[in-house]
Ligand binder design. Structure first.
Ligand SMILES: Nc1nc2c(ncn2[C@@H]2O[C@H](COP(=O)(O)OP(=O)(O)OP(=O)(O)O)[C@@H](O)[C@H]2O)c(=O)[nH]1
Length: 342
């Protein structure tokens, strides 16, 4: 460690022209010498303060005071290797100036206790206020970002809910568009599109397929005798009975009025006839909640490789006509004719 003796004249001149503050503390006497730059930097008249440590301590901002003292004492007691700290100092105009204070012990007694310490006060106000401004701005931006994030989350939640509502509406519309309003089973439009799909599938895989047309017998009498709304209930219960006695893979639709059309995919004539007979029996056995009984006539036909929707439907219709013609409540079959053209 270098030991500074009496500074020569050159050093005095240098200290005079340095713009920031330089201090020299003689611990033994308690005297602190500060250069003119120190007074200029803080806006005080040169050498207007008492040359002691208290002068400096009294200028430290109260919020920084304890931190600075702690650091200073730790250095003097040899607990930390360097004295270097930033804090605010009271200026002559009452405002505070950010400075950086660095110092070093330059002289010790024979026992090792500090005798002299020198240091410099550097004006860092501009960079410190800029740094604070940037921190404030980034805090603001972070706040705005969090706010934006919150808004996005809220909007996403709303959008999800709207999407769910929309999906439910689409489902409802699809349901309305594909189902018969009275009975809830498929409507004629859906039957036609299913028939189209199943015809293609039957052709593609050379699978058998049958269709059935069912018509409630003398339904006009039901309406006439019990009224139209009771007739409606009969239609609902007959539709339910038919649905309950079909496979999951079969299609049941209300063809119109008191007529029901059925597609039995991957089904040959024998099983289709048995199915129609079973359905006929189930309808015949049904006693509706209003105590009404009805019967049904059934026309059955099997798909032929050259069939189209019209040709197969026409045979199914003819088969039903035959059933009606033969005293109703019966099942009739028209087998596919090879000469039928698609
Ligand atoms: N309640 C009710 N009746 C309907 C509905 N659609 C059609 N009908 C009635 O069904 C009856 C069908 O009568 P018809 O075509 O003469 O046939 P039917 O009396 O069943 O005689 P067959 O078919 O020859 O056995 C008519 O009275 C229609 O008004 C409906 O949605 N509700």
């Amino acid at each position: 460690m270098s030991v500074i003796k009496e500074p020569d004249q050159t050093l005095h001149h240098v200290l005079d022209i340095i713009s920031d503050g330089v201090w020299d503390w003689n611990i033994a006497t308690g005297q602190v010498i500060r250069n003119p730059g120190w007074y200029r930097m803080l806006g005080y008249e040169i050498h207007s303060f008492k040359q002691d440590v208290l002068t400096w301590e009294n200028l430290i901002h109260s919020d920084d005071h304890d931190r600075v003292m702690g650091h200073f004492e730790a250095y003097v007691q040899g607990l930390i290797p360097e004295y270097n700290i930033q804090y605010r100092c009271l200026k002559g105009d009452g405002s505070f100036l950010w400075i950086e204070d660095s110092g070093r012990i330059v002289e010790r007694s024979a026992e090792g206790s500090p005798q002299r310490m020198i240091g410099a006060h550097t004006n860092i106000h501009a960079q410190k206020t800029l740094q604070q401004k940037l921190e404030e701005q980034s805090k603001l931006l972070r706040g705005e970002y969090e706010n934006l994030d919150h808004i996005i989350q809220e909007r996403t939640k709303e959008l999800d809910q709207l999407n769910q509502q929309l999906a439910r509406k689409v489902e409802e519309v699809e349901m309305l568009a594909s189902r018969d309003a009275l009975t809830g089973i498929y409507n004629r439009r859906m039957f036609e599109s299913f028939l189209d799909i199943e015809i293609k599938r039957a052709k593609r895989y050379s699978q058998p397929m049958c269709v059935i047309l069912a018509d409630i017998d003398l339904f006009k009498h039901v309406n006439d005798r019990y009224g139209h709304s009771s007739g409606d209930k009969v239609l609902v219960e007959v539709a339910l009975t038919l649905q309950q006695h079909l496979r999951e893979s079969d299609y049941l639709a209300r063809w119109g009025g008191e007529e029901f059309a059925i597609i039995l995919p991957n089904t040959a004539t024998k099983v289709a006839m048995e199915t129609a007979e079973r359905l006929r029996h189930e309808v015949e056995s049904l006693v509706t909640t209003e105590g009404i009984s009805v019967t049904c006539s059934f026309g059955v036909t099997q798909f032929h490789q050259k069939d189209c929707g019209t040709s197969i439907f026409s045979r199914m219709d003819q088969a039903l006509y035959m059933a009606k013609d033969q005293n109703r409540n019966t099942v009739r079959l028209i087998p596919p004719r090879p000469e039928v053209r698609a």
